[in-house]
Design a binder for this molecule. Structure first.
Ligand code: GDP
Ligand code: MG
Length: 691
């Protein structure tokens, strides 16, 4: 179609298990893209097509599909809700105009509902809700809407109303048109609003009209004067309010029973098109901001937000065009390093399939296979008009595991396979430990790393053994101290000489490293001072307590000596290193550990047990708040105590608990625990060196 005004890019986001994948399926079925409604339990959905997703009945990455309906093209993105697999979700929020927050109408607002709402709000996206699972026992739209209003403000307003409750859910009333849609095996019959629902529906409609009118002066006046407002005027004001974030409409129904899904399309048609919103600001080669326009006629600027690395079908990049027209068999420039890429056949993803297309214009999402060197986060541009979009801020990995290849001699194969998987998952970190040479996988959780390892086995046929997880400890100092660092060697010909005096002092937490040059009178010649700093930085990578990186210190170089012949960069690097270590040793070195913000959702009867258990994990419980039929406990807990929390929570709650955690800050490891951490680090290093 290639008309930006006729496109709707929509991501389905929300807490794990709210029915996003099922809703995605229902939308495709409703639009006639598929003729059979698949189910998550049977592993037959268009999304969650990956073997690992089917096995776990959990979305691990985003799936895209597009449908043409009512003169519009809807590009739909199903996203994972599990915090370990949010990479694609975070990236998807960079390429859509609208986020549909899918909500479980039994539980209401859950931890990730809030987290993802915030991410969508930070991107300035239009937002709406789909209150799903209204066919389930104890599902309650009114309670869910109240919870949403409490969490996200009075702009949250119901656009639909259910007909019937729980197992007797029959249909949905559209409050904009005041028509009832009653479903018979997934097909809607338009009917009059049932008499017993008439009052409730008219009160809900008043609230909706009120909310819309309050965003539009002309409409507000007509409304006050009780003048007739046409359906067209209403729809236009509604669309403008949704686009402007003044209204967050709530749709409702049941994805698995295909109730309310057609009406959701009706609301999505009123969400902003790419032409209605300004593209994100990009920067030019000189670092200056460049304002783009959603215009197919201007030079190309496209953003790669997802990469697939399959050993058979090869490398596929999924991107969003923000400006210009991308054509098959054309050439574009990768902004990262300016290299050129020849594009082959353009594609449009439809679940796991890819459909060939000739061109993609501003506003479109598409894919391309077999580019040489393009990664997630890259900007593809027209030659002579290079701009780049800001990088996506992914959360840093929380825990790391050393891995060894199961079969000797497969180390390189394993590393190559892991690097491919890391291209697909930007929240995965794969590297070799510079000190021990071990292969390290860093991820968000144990499950995250386990899934990665399974994936590697399935796709690349390589197997590894996982060592226990590691906590990213740091080292710092609490005191100020001075020390000399000297390097002197006289062997035969030319000797080596450098002498430095350094003072180390603590900096506030999180402020990092600072090197201060206080040399006066040429005690150390200018040209050697960078070498001293380089030596200090090298020493900082491996602290003196347990070999963890040193952070938050100021290092002042205040005196030293040199030799006109024997001094060199190398000698001053060594002296800087030696001096730094000597000074740190005298400055009360301590270990730091990551503290996590943990939110645990559990049934009422488990709250006491969970809090008791958190206390035994050195946790600080901040509070407990009821949410739907559950309770949310918020606490700050050291990561070291949470490494294998998932199975413990399952056994304490009989599988009814759920938790998320996020890095908060570094804190000092209590003195009585330090020797244990130091001993473990030492042991790990020795073992790694043996292998
Ligand atoms: N009763 C009922 N179950 C649903 C509904 N939507 C999804 N489910 C079920 O809830 C579970 C989680 O659904 P899924 O689509 O995987 O959720 P996601 O994690 O948000 O993608 C699956 O077993 C679905 O069959 C619904 O509207 N009603
Ligand atoms: Mg899913």
């Amino acid at each position: 179609m290639n008309d930006p005004g006729k496109v709707r890019n929509v991501a389905l986001v929300g807490h794990r298990g709210t029915g996003k994948t099922s809703l995605f399926e229902a939308l495709l079925y409703e639009a006639g893209v598929i003729t059979r409604l698949g189910s998550v339990a049977e592993g037959t959905t268009v999304s969650d097509w990956d073997e690992d997703e089917k096995k776990r009945q959990l979305s691990l990455s985003a799936t895209l599909a597009h449908v043409d309906r009512a003169g519009l093209t809807f590009d739909l993105v199903d996203t994972p809700g599990d915090p370990s697999f949010l990479a694609d979700t975070i990236a998807a929020l960079h390429v859509v105009e609208t986020a549909v927050m899918v909500v479980n109408s039994v539980l209401g607002v859950e931890v990730q509902t809030e987290r993802l709402w915030k991410r969508a709000a930070d991107r300035g996206l239009a937002r709406m809700f789909f209150c799903n699972m209204l066919d389930r026992e104890r599902a309650d739209l009114e309670a869910a809407v109240s919870a949403l209003q409490e969490a996200f403000g009075p702009q949250v307003v119901a656009a639909h109303l259910p007909i019937g409750r729980e197992h007797d859910l029959k249909g949905v009333v559209d409050l904009l048109t005041m028509k009832a849609f009653v479903y018979e095996s997934g097909k809607a019959q338009v009917a009059d609003i049932p008499a017993e629902l008439a009052d409730e529906a008219s009160a809900a409609r008043d609230k909706l009209i009120d909310a819309i009118a309050s965003t539009d002066d002309d409409l507000a006046e007509k409304y006050l004067m009780e003048e007739e407002i046409t359906a067209d005027e209403l729809a236009r004001a509604f669309a403008a309010a949704v686009a402007g974030g003044q209204l967050f409409p709530v749709a409702c129904g049941s994805a698995t029973r295909q109730i309310g899904v057609d009406l959701l399309f009706g609301l999505l048609a009123l969400t902003p098109s790419p032409a209605d919103v300004a593209p994100p600001v990009a920067v030019g080669p000189d670092g200056a901001e460049v304002t783009l326009a959603c215009d197919p006629a201007r030079p190309v600027a496209a953003f790669v937000f997802k990469t697939l690395a399959d050993p058979f079908s090869g490398h596929v990049n999924v991107f969003r065009v923000f400006q210009g027209t991308v054509a098959s068999d054309s050439q574009l420039v990768v902004a990262r390093d300016g290299h050129k890429e020849r594009l082959g056949q353009l594609l449009k993803p439809m679940g796991k399939e890819m459909k060939p297309v000739d061109k993609l214009v501003a506003g479109d999402i598409g894919a391309i296979a077999k580019l040489k060197d393009v990664v997630t986060g890259d900007t593809l541009c027209a030659e002579g008009n290079v701009v780049s979009f800001p990088a996506i801020a992914f959360p840093a990995p929380l825990m790391s595991f050393a891995v060894t290849a199961k079969s000797k001699g497969e180390e390189d194969k394993v590393l190559a396979a892991l690097k491919r998987l890391a291209e697909e998952d930007p929240m995965l970190d794969v590297h070799r430990d510079p000190q021990t040479g071990e292969m390290i996988i860093g991820g968000m959780s144990q499950v995250h790393v386990e899934v990665t390892v399974e994936r590697m086995k399935r796709r690349f046929g390589t197997e590894v053994e996982l060592k226990p997880p590691r906590v990213p400890y740091r080292e710092t100092i609490k005191g100020t101290a001075k020390a000399e660092g000297k390097h002197k060697k006289q062997t035969g010909g030319r000797g080596q000489f450098a002498d430095t005096w350094l003072e180390v002092s603590p900096r506030p937490r999180g402020e990092g490293f600072e090197f201060v040059d206080k040399i006066v009178g040429g005690a150390i010649p200018r040209n050697f001072i960078p070498a001293v700093e380089k030596g200090v930085r090298a020493a900082m990578t491996e602290g003196i307590l347990a070999g963890y990186p040193v952070v938050d210190v100021e290092v002042k170089l205040y005196d030293g000596k040199h030799h006109p012949v024997d001094s060199s960069d190398m000698a001053f690097q060594i002296a800087g290193s030696v001096g730094f270590k000597a000074a740190v040793e005298k400055a009360q070195p301590v270990l730091l550990e990551p503290i996590m913000n943990v939110e645990i959702t559990v049934p009422e009867e488990s709250v006491g047990d969970i809090i008791g258990d958190l206390n035994s994990r050195r946790g600080r419980v901040l509070g407990t708040t009821p949410r739907g039929h559950t309770n949310v406990i918020t606490a700050e807990v050291p990561l070291a105590e949470m490494l294998s929390y998932a199975p413990d929570l399952t056994s304490m709650t009989g599988g009814r608990g759920d938790y998320t955690m996020e890095f908060l800050r570094y804190e000092e490891v209590p003195a009585h625990l330090t020797p244990k951490v130091v001993a473990e680090a030492k042991k790990e290093r020795e073992e790694a060196q043996k292998n």
